[in-house]
Ligand binder design. Structure first.
Ligand SMILES: *Cc1c(COP(=O)(O)O)cnc(C)c1O
Length: 411
């Protein structure tokens, strides 16, 4: 009897059958037969739905769930999510068009992003999506374009909060930032704006991303409610919505654990009691990777196995041109291994002998897994990288070195 390979303490979201990893009930040979491709991303819709359900189960129903499309803009996935979430947040004109064509109502789409160009501002105003204003000049441009188009822009202010996240993860607020308008500046300008020139929706307070510490998120929420209330107090017109940010992370590296969102939800209930004016308006949490990251795998074929001075290299047909974040070159400081497995040997024991999996690019950066304990691999085996449902193909330099682009499938 062989013990199953330990891929990662948390990687239990997919079923297996006869040692084969299943994505949406299909093993990788079947997916390859369906798509005609032997290197691909596969996303399991049921797992995305489970993550949405988890949010609904623990987060008070007064808080809406938006999907941050940039995490995974694969069109079939975005289309499926229309029925599962309350709105989409987009960060470019292209994402805006994907969101609109999915059937999501314009009123439930918001457009954030620093350095918006006039064409993007005009597109958003014309479509009727909410512009998350990131600078004072951007506000005057939106007003001006609105006058030209004969349509009042729908506006929310993205706030760069003074508070900073007290934990690891990606900080996107506090201190000097290219995102949003500093809260102290907003306190100065909010009382005197000409609110007749635009439809004022509210505020977008975004403080960070990829956080796995419940306590840090709880503290950020307390700060966010306090700040939102203060902003509302100095705004002479009604605030209709506050986007509370997102930040829920997923485990990527050894030792990381899944976020427990139940205490986060309990705390949000308390905050709703503490801030009745906020409880009356539309509140939104926007999530990307938490919804889609765990649902995706990146699969490539082992096409050669070679030894170099005692170390084994698994050579694959996939690499960093398809999956930059797994290579450690997308915001990480030091490279750590994403969880990986041999998808057709899920019931095999890992070998004592650590191996390195690499791709076809002529750069040592093209490492898929470094010194990992995997089962004894053979040519033709499937190497899979888990936690690959977010920031995959569209966050990767697919044309670097001119190898074929990767395909995607939603199952
Ligand atoms: C990138 C981004 C998100 C999504 O971040 P995740 O870590 O994928 O959840 C949400 N909101 C804004 C404003 C963003 O820029």
């Amino acid at each position: 009897m062989t013990k199953p390979q330990v891929v990662h303490e948390n990687m239990d979201q997919f079923a297996t059958q006869n040692g084969q990893l299943l994505i949406g009930g299909k093993n990788l040979d079947s997916i390859a037969a369906m798509t005609g491709k032997d290197v691909f991303y596969a996303y399991d819709a049921a797992i995305v739905q489970q993550q949405v359900d988890l949010f609904r189960q623990h987060i008070p129903s007064a808080i809406q769930l938006h999907y941050a499309v940039k995490a995974n803009p694969y069109v079939p996935l975005v289309h499926r999510m229309v029925d599962w979430v309350d709105g989409f947040d987009v960060a470019s004109q292209k994402e805006m068009l994907v969101a609109l064509q999915s059937g999501m109502h314009a009123k439930d789409i918001s457009f954030a992003g620093p350095s918006k160009q006039l064409a993007e501002i005009r597109a958003a105003i014309t479509a009727g999506v909410t512009l998350h204003i990131e600078s004072e000049l951007e506000l005057s441009r939106a007003i001006e374009q609105g006058v030209q188009l004969g349509i009042k822009p729908i506006v929310a202010f993205r706030v760069n909060p003074a508070f900073e996240l007290k934990a690891s993860g990606m900080k996107m607020g506090g201190g000097p930032k290219q995102f949003g308008i500093d809260e102290e500046r907003l306190f100065e300008i909010l009382p005197d704006l000409d609110y007749g020139q635009f439809h004022f929706r509210g505020f977008h307070i975004f403080w960070g991303s990829q956080n796995l510490k419940q306590d840090a998120i709880i503290e950020a929420h307390a700060n966010t409610f306090e700040l939102a209330q203060k902003l509302i107090n100095v705004t002479p017109v009604p605030t209709l919505t506050v986007n509370l940010g997102g930040g829920f992370g997923i485990p990527y590296f050894p030792g990381e654990r899944r976020l427990d969102i139940s205490p986060i939800g309990q705390h949000l209930s308390e905050l709703l009691g503490q801030y009745p004016a906020l409880a009356e308006i539309e509140l939104v949490i926007e999530l990307g990777r938490f919804l889609v990251g765990e649902a995706g795998i990146y699969a490539s074929k082992i096409t050669d196995i070679k030894q170099s001075r005692g170390h084994t290299y698994l050579m694959t047909n996939g690499g960093l041109h398809h999956h930059l974040s797994n290579s450690g070159n997308f915001g990480q400081v030091i490279r750590k291994n994403y969880p990986v497995a041999i998808a057709n040997k899920m019931d095999h024991e890992p070998s004592e002998h650590k191996v390195t999996a690499v791709g076809p690019l002529c750069t040592p950066l093209d490492t898929l897994a470094d010194k990992m304990g995997l089962p004894e691999a053979e040519i033709g085996d499937w190497l899979v990288v888990f936690q690959s449902g977010a920031y995959g193909p569209t966050a990767s330099p697919q044309d670097f070195l001119g190898h074929p682009h990767v395909s995607e499938i939603l199952l």
